[in-house]
Design a protein around this ligand. Structure first.
Ligand code: NAI
Length: 281
C-alpha cells in the first residue's frame, strides 16, 4: 500500500486526499499558509460529512483520522507516492517538483501531478528522477467521478505507469485511461474548446446563459451545461488550461475569449469564489 502525500488542498487536492483516505491509505496533505490550510480542512470535513450522511462511508471521523494536514513539505519525506494539485502554473509546479525531488527519500517513490495541461516532461525534468514522474489526472468532484487519465512523459518508466494504474484502479476503484503527454490529454482537449465556444456564444449575445446550458442539458443529455461546468471547474483553471492548449497547438478554438479573461481578472472564478456565470450562496 502506498503512503500518499498530496500537495494543495483546494478543490482537487482535498478530493484526492479524501479518496485516498477512504481507500484506507495514510495521507499527508501540504497546504501553503494557515488560512489555506484551514480552508482545506473545512473542505475535507464538509465533503466527508456529506458522504457520511449519504451512507457512502461509515464514519467521517475515521476517514479524517487518516489525513494529516501540514504546512511543511518536509513531512513528505517518507511518502511512496506524492500527488501535486497546486495552482496551474508551470514555473510554480516545476519549482515544487524540484523541491519534492530533494525531500522525498524512497528511491522508488512516484511524483505525480494532477495538472490539466502542463507537459509532464517539464515537471519530470525538474527532478533527478523523470522515470518516476507522471500525470495522474483526476476529475472534479474527485469522490464522484470515476475517471483518471494516466500521462507518462517520454522519460516515464513503464513500471511507474503500471504502479499508478494499480493505485488508481485496484486501490481507489477508478477507471484509468492512458494518454500521451500533450496539453489537455483526452478529456480537456475535447471539453475546453466546447466550453470556450459556449462563452463566445454568451459574449456575442447569441443566447442567454440559461438557454445555452439548458440547450445542452435537454438537447444533448449533458448532466449540466457548459457554463455551469466552467463554474464548477473554476474559471481561472479553465482559462489556464485553454492557454496551455493554445500555446501547444496555436489553434484559435483554444484561445480564451475576452469575457473569460475579464471574469478571472475580476475574481469571478465560479463556485469556489461564489460567483462566475452564475451566483452561488
Ligand atoms: P484550487 O485553486 O482550488 O486549489 C489549489 C490549492 O493549492 C490552493 O488551496 C492553494 O493554496 C494551494 N497551493 C498553491 N501553491 C501551493 C504550494 N506551493 N504548496 C502547497 N499548496 C499550494 O485549484 P484546483 O481546482 O484544486 O486545481 C489544482 C490543480 O488540479 C491544477 O493543476 C488544475 O489544473 C488541476 N485540475 C483541476 C480540475 C478542476 O476541475 N478544477 C480538474 C482536474 C485537474
Amino acid at each position: 500500500m502506498e503512503r500518499v502525500g498530496v500537495v494543495g488542498c483546494g478543490q482537487m487536492g482535498a478530493g484526492i486526499a479524501e479518496v485516498c483516505a477512504r481507500a484506507g491509505l495514510d495521507v499527508i496533505v501540504v497546504e501553503a499558509g494557515e488560512a489555506a490550510l484551514g480552508a482545506g480542512r473545512k473542505r475535507l470535513e464538509a465533503s466527508l460529512a456529506r458522504a457520511e450522511k449519504k451512507g457512502k462511508i461509515d464514519s467521517a471521523a475515521d476517514v479524517l483520522a487518516r489525513i494529516r494536514l501540514t504546512e511543511s513539505l518536509d513531512e513528505l519525506a517518507d511518502r511512496t507516492l506524492v500527488v501535486e494539485a497546486i495552482v496551474e502554473n508551470e514555473q510554480v509546479k516545476a519549482e515544487l517538483f524540484a523541491q519534492l525531488d530533494k525531500i522525498v527519500t524512497a528511491p522508488d517513490a512516484i511524483l505525480a501531478s494532477n495538472t490539466s495541461s502542463i507537459p509532464i516532461m517539464k515537471l519530470g525534468t525538474a527532478t533527478g528522477r523523470p522515470a518516476q514522474v507522471l500525470g495522474i489526472h483526476f476529475f472534479n468532484p474527485v469522490p464522484v467521478l470515476p475517471l483518471v487519465e494516466l500521462v507518462p512523459s517520454l522519460l516515464t518508466a513503464d513500471a511507474t505507469v503500471e504502479r499508478a494504474r494499480s493505485f488508481a484502479q485496484d486501490v481507489l476503484g477508478k477507471h484509468a485511461i492512458l494518454c500521451q503527454d500533450r496539453a489537455g490529454f483526452v478529456v480537456n482537449a475535447l471539453l475546453i474548446p466546447f466550453i470556450l465556444a459556449a462563452v463566445r456564444m454568451l459574449e456575442s449575445g447569441f443566447a442567454s446563459r440559461e438557454d445555452i446550458d439548458e440547450g445542452l442539458v435537454r438537447g444533448a443529455a449533458h448532466p449540466q451545461g457548459p457554463l455551469a461546468l466552467a463554474d464548477l471547474i473554476g474559471l481561472d483553471t479553465t482559462k489556464a488550461v485553454a492557454e496551455s492548449l493554445y500555446e501547444e497547438f496555436k489553434e484559435p478554438l483554444y484561445a480564451p475569449p475576452p469575457l473569460l479573461a475579464r471574469m478571472v481578472d475580476a475574481g469571478l472564478l465560479g463556485r469556489k469564489s461564489g460567483r462566475g456565470f452564475y451566483t452561488y450562496s
